[in-house]
Design a protein. Structure first.
Length: 340
């Protein structure tokens, strides 16, 4: 039997299963509680029960300090719920509240939905999962290769498995290694998270997501987070790729359409290459033109939140079109990850 957990002072609510810890249930629901080890060692997820009954308490090594001792104090990562509860707990309300972390991970799985795309899944130690917000990125370090910033494509609801979308880039050492040599169980150092391309969790406005090529990665993370939060506002996803490139997780995107009410997906092709050469001027023109097409599909555009994966300089024309159409600048977020 599921029970309802209400967090104080935010008022956020989530459903808890009696077989799962409160922390796991909260993270799965898209709520960013304060935690670190997830195994009862560090005490970061300590919280206070205001009302309700706790269930099973799993063994843990952390000992509450004298000033922390309180019969109502619990570790969320080791405690299960027996009834509806109200709990006082610390939550992250922005990127400044997420600590910088450095974690040695292992390659868990490599998939190739297209010859030029690898989807790499890294696994953290169970005792040291990555805490991040949807849409953020990390720095990946493989041995002595150049460090590369990559957006996390997975949901923060499970920080133990981190997904990245890597595009083949001839001449780039990191990309060439991933496509020719990277193997399961290999070590990859992860540092982060970085960036403020994150969801406004408190907004109930309809959302337009615009993904460009493998920039689908942070957009996917944002959408999965929005789904976990069970927000009911309409979500519109537009995924732009070059005419010769694939929508490499197209079936996954269409599964959202099938499973969710008020979810729309448009796989769009644009033309910005001349052979293997990217024509920057044509690309900017295509992005600006596409913005006009998307704008025509939506009435009351000033009532929308817009998320676009960057870089910002490339999308300046698109941003201008939407602002001229009526979206306030404060409701537009563009990915600002540093690219190499």
């Amino acid at each position: 039997m599921t029970v309802k957990i209400t967090l104080h002072p935010s008022g956020h609510e989530f459903q808890a299963e009696p077989t799962e810890t409160l922390l796991d249930c909260a993270l799965r629901s898209g709520i960013s509680l304060d935690y670190n080890c997830n195994n009862g060692s560090c005490g970061k997820c300590a919280a206070r029960v205001i009302s309700g009954r706790i269930g099973e308490v799993l063994p843990h090594d952390y000992v509450f300090k004298e000033h922390e001792k309180d019969p109502c104090r619990i570790l969320l990562c080791r405690t299960k719920a027996l009834s509806d509860m109200v709990i006082e707990a610390n939550e992250a309300h922005g990127v400044n509240e997420i600590p910088l972390q450095r974690i040695e991970t292992t390659v868990h799985k490599i998939e190739s939905p297209d010859p030029d795309i690898h989807i790499v899944q890294l696994k953290t130690p169970r005792s040291n999962t990555l805490r991040f917000l949807a849409g953020q990125h990390v720095a990946l370090q493989i041995d002595t290769l150049p460090v590369r910033n990559k957006s996390i494509a997975s949901c923060p609801c499970n920080g133990m498995y981190l997904q990245f979308h890597i595009q083949k880039s001839p001449g780039d050492e990191f990309s060439e290694y991933v496509f020719s040599q990277l193997k399961p169980k290999e070590k990859v150092m992860v540092e982060g998270p970085y960036g403020d391309f994150t969801l406004d969790d408190d907004s109930m406005r309809p959302i337009i997501f615009i993904a460009f090529e493998t920039g689908m990665a942070p957009i996917k993370s944002l959408i999965e987070h929005a789904i976990a939060l069970e927000h009911e506002q309409p979500i519109y996803l537009y995924w732009l790729v070059d005419q010769d490139n694939p929508h490499y997780i197209d079936n996954y995107c269409r599964s959202w359409v099938d499973a969710l009410d008020n979810f729309s997906y448009d796989a769009m092709k644009i033309n910005y290459t001349n052979g293997d050469i990217v024509d920057i001027d044509r690309l900017e023109q295509e992005l600006t033109r596409t913005a006009g097409l998307i704008l025509d599909k939506h009435d009351d555009i000033d009532q929308y939140d817009l998320y676009v994966n960057g870089p910002a300089w490339l999308f300046s024309g698109m941003k201008s079109v939407f602002m001229q159409g009526g979206i306030p600048e404060a409701q537009i977020r563009i990915d600002s990850m540093k690219r190499y």
